[in-house]
Design a protein around this ligand. Structure first.
Ligand code: DGT
Ligand code: CA
Ligand code: CA
Ligand code: ZN
Length: 589
C-alpha cells in the first residue's frame, strides 16, 4: 500500500484531537487516551501502515492503548490519508487557540472562557484584552491572574520560534531513519543544537554522506513530513515540516564527514575558540578538514574523517557534543579533566513518580510493573501531599491506606524494591504541607514548590532553605519550577540554596519530565561544582512517562557524572546510603 500517513502525522493528529477535546471540557480520560496513544505511536519502531498491511485491525489493536475506537481511526488514516473526525473537530476551533492554551495561566477552561466571552482567537488577541484590563473583570479572574497571563505571553515570546528539544528530537530521529532507509547514504547524523541536546532548538540540522547527493536531496524533499521546500541545491536543502519546524540537510563526501559533523554541530562559540587555538598552532580548521598552514596557504591535511581525528589534530581528547558550549570544556580537555558523562543505562532507580492515589493516571501495581519492565531495580512512589486544590493524595489521615497500596505493589512486583515516598508541598513560608509525624513514616521525601511562584528572591531563598532544613526531607523536587517556554519559575539565590543543601546532604532533583528539565544544565553544573548531591526522577504520571532520556541529556550538558546522581547506585548501595547516619538523620522505614 502507498504510505499515506506516517506515524509522526498520526501521532500529531491524536495530539490535536486531545487538545480540542480538552478545550471542549471533554472527559479527561478520553483526552488522556488520545495523548497516550500519540506518545505510544511516536515511539513505535515500525510504521502503522506496515503493521496494518500485514496484520490488519487485529495487529493495530495489539499495540498498547489502542482500542477499537482509536484502531478504526488509525485504519482510516492509513487507508485514506485523512481523518474526518479531526476535520470536523478542527472546524469548531480557531487555530490560534492552541497557542493560547499553552500560555502559562491559561488552561483549556480559561481559554474557552476568553474565546466565548471576549472573542479571543489567538495570542495577540489575548495580549490585547489583558492589556486593556478585560481579563481581570471576568468571573473568578482578578488582576493577579491577568498579570500572570501577561507574564506568560512574555515568556512565550522570549522563546521566539524555538522549539523544545523534547518535541523536536523524536521527529528528527524519524527523518534520520527515513534517510537511512533510502540506502542512498553512508552515514546520516543529527548535528547543530539538537546534537548538543540544547533544551530548545532553532532548526533541525542533518548531515549525511553519499555518492549520489542529488538523489538524497530528491528523497529528502519528498518525505511525508515535509510541508514546503524552502531551498533545494545539489548538496544542501532546507524544508518546512508539517510539525512547524525547519530542517536543513547537507550532504558531504565520506572523507570529510568528521570535519563537517564537527563544524555543523557547533556551538559557534566552541568552534571559534578551537579555531583560535588552531591559529596559534599554525593550523586551519574548517568544515572540510584540519590543515597545516593558513586558509590561503593550505598545507598538509591533518584530519577530516572523524571528529576524534579533528580533536586529536589539536592534541585534545574527544569532547562530547553536549559539552560544546564554550563553558570551559576546551580547557578541561587540555588539562585532561573532562567529565565522564552520565548515561541513561547508569540510572538504576526512579525517585519521583505518581499513581492514581494523587494525580497519576495508573495504579501503583501498573506503575511498578512498568518500572520493572524498564529494567529499574527500585522506585520511590511519591504521590502528592498537597493542599493546592488537590483533593486526592496523601493527607494526615490516610497514611495507612497509602502504605497499604504500596504494600500491594510490593507483593505484585517482588523483584522491584519500592520505597514509600511522598512529594510534599513546600508552603509559601517554607513549612511543609504534611507534619513531621507523617514524613518520618516514609522512606523517601521529595519537597517541591507548587504555588506562589512570585515571591521575592529573598523570600524564596528562605523558603527553600527552611524546607531543606526539615530533618525528613531527602530531595528538593524540580527546584526552579520552570516550564520550558511557559513558566519562568521561582527566583532564588542558587549559591545560598545549594550551600544549604550541601550542608544538610539534601539532594537537588534533576526532574526529567519533558516540560520541566529542572535543574537545568547550568544549575546541574553549579551543583556538581559545589559538591551538591543530585537525584533524577521521571515525575511520571503514567507508565509510558517512566523515561529519563531527556533528564540524562540535560545532566550531560551540566557536566554531570554517574557518581553525582544518587539513583545510579545499585539498590544495595542506595539502601546503604539511605540508612547511613547523616546530618539530616536520614532513615529507611
Ligand atoms: P539553533 O539552530 O539556533 O538552535 O542553533 P545551531 O547551533 O544549531 O545553529 P545553526 O542551525 O545556525 O547552525 C548549525 C551549526 O553550524 C552551528 O552550531 C555551528 C555551525 N555554523 C553555522 N553557521 C556558522 C557560522 O557562521 N560560523 C560558525 N563558526 N559556525 C557556523
Ligand atoms: Ca540548528
Ligand atoms: Ca540550521
Ligand atoms: Zn511536582
Amino acid at each position: 500500500m502507498m504510505r499515506l500517513m506516517t506515524n509522526a502525522e498520526i501521532s500529531a493528529a491524536f495530539t490535536m484531537i486531545g487538545k480540542i477535546l480538552e478545550l471542549q471540557n471533554e472527559n479527561p480520560f478520553r483526552v488522556r487516551a488520545y495523548e497516550r496513544a500519540a506518545l505510544t505511536i511516536a515511539s513505535l519502531p515500525r510504521e502503522l501502515s506496515d503493521i496494518y498491511d500485514e496484520g490488519g485491525m487485529k495487529a493495530l489493536r495489539a499495540i498498547g492503548g489502542i482500542g477499537p475506537d482509536l484502531g478504526s481511526k488509525i485504519e482510516e488514516m492509513v487507508k485514506t490519508g485523512e481523518l474526518k473526525y479531526l476535520k470536523e473537530l478542527r472546524k469548531k476551533i480557531p487555530e490560534g487557540l492552541f497557542a493560547v492554551m499553552q500560555i502559562e495561566g491559561m488552561g483549556p477552561k480559561k481559554t474557552k472562557m476568553v474565546w466565548e466571552k471576549l472573542k479571543v482567537k489567538n495570542v495577540a488577541d489575548l495580549e490585547k484584552v489583558a492589556k486593556a484590563g478585560k481579563l481581570a473583570k471576568l468571573p473568578k479572574w482578578g488582576e493577579l491572574s491577568e498579570k500572570k497571563v501577561l507574564q506568560g505571553i512574555e515568556t512565550r515570546k522570549s522563546m521566539g520560534d524555538r522549539v523544545p528539544l523534547t518535541a523536536a528530537l523524536p521527529l528528527a530521529e524519524l527523518l534520520v531513519e527515513k534517510l537511512k532507509a533510502t540506502k542512498l547514504c553512508g552515514q546520516v547524523a543529527i548535528a547543530g543544537s539538537m546534537r548538543r541536546r540544547a533544551e530548545t532548538i532553532g532548526d533541525i540540522d542533518i548531515l549525511a554522506t553519499s555518492t549520489k547527493p542529488a538523489k538524497v536531496m530528491e528523497a529528502f524533499c519528498a518525505l511525508g513530513e515535509v510541508k514546503r521546500v524552502l531551498s533545494k541545491g545539489p548538496t544542501k536543502s532546507s524544508v518546512n515540516l508539517h510539525a512547524g519546524m525547519q530542517a536543513d540537510l547537507r550532504v558531504v563526501d565520506e572523507n570529510v564527514f568528521g570535519a563537517a559533523l564537527h563544524y555543523f554541530t557547533g556551538s559557534k562559540g566552541h568552534n571559534v575558540h578551537l579555531r583560535g587555538m588552531g591559529v596559534k598552532a599554525g593550523i586551519t580548521i574548517s568544515e572540510y578538514g584540519v590543515y597545516k598552514g593558513t586558509a590561503e596557504k593550505k598545507g598538509k591535511l591533518l584530519a577530516s574523517k572523524t571528529e576524534e581525528d579533528v580533536y586529536a589534530s589539536l592534541k585534545l581528547p574527544y569532547i562530547a557534543p553536549e559539552l560544546r558550549e564554550d563553558r570551559g570544556e576546551i580547557d578541561a580537555a587540555r588539562a585532561g579533566t573532562l567529565p565522564k558523562l552520565i548515561e541513561e543505562r547508569d540510572i538504576k532507580g526512579d525517585l519521583h513518580l505518581h499513581t492514581d492515589f494523587s494525580d497519576g493516571g495508573a495504579d501503583a501495581v501498573t506503575m511498578a510493573k512498568a518500572a520493572y519492565a524498564k529494567g529499574l531495580e527500585y522506585i520511590a512512589i511519591t504521590d502528592h501531599g498537597s493542599g493546592m486544590g488537590m483533593v486526592r493524595g496523601l493527607k494526615e489521615n490516610n497514611l495507612a491506606q497509602y502504605l497499604k497500596m504500596i504494600g500491594k505493589a510490593r507483593k505484585a512486583v517482588p523483584s522491584l524494591k519500592i520505597l514509600a515516598g511522598v512529594e510534599v508541598d513546600i508552603q509559601p513560608d517554607g513549612s511543609l504541607y504534611l507534619p513531621d509525624k507523617i514524613l518520618k513514616e516514609l522512606d523517601w521525601v521529595v519537597a517541591s514548590v507548587h504555588s506562589q511562584f512570585k515571591q521575592s528572591p529573598e523570600e524564596t531563598t528562605a523558603r527553600l532553605i527552611r524546607a531543606i532544613e526539615n530533618p525528613f526531607v531527602h530531595a528538593i523536587g524540580h527546584p526552579t519550577g520552570r516550564l520550558i517556554g511557559q513558566r519562568v519559575g521561582i527566583e532564588f539565590s542558587v549559591e545560598q540554596v545549594f550551600a544549604a543543601a550541601k550542608k544538610r546532604s539534601v539532594a537537588m532533583e534533576i526532574n526529567a519530565s519533558p516540560p520541566r528539565l529542572d535543574l537545568r544544565d547550568i544549575h546541574c553544573k553549579r551543583a556538581k561544582e559545589m559538591g551538591v548531591m543530585m537525584t533524577m526522577g521521571s515525575d511520571a504520571h503514567a507508565p509510558e512517562e517512566l523515561d529519563m532520556r531527556f533528564g540524562v541529556m540535560q545532566a550531560r550538558r551540566g557536566w554531570v557524572e554517574k557518581g553525582d546522581v544518587m539513583n545510579t547506585k545499585s539498590w544495595k548501595d542506595f539502601e546503604k546510603w539511605l540508612r547511613a547516619p547523616s546530618p539530616i538523620g536520614r532513615r529507611l522505614g
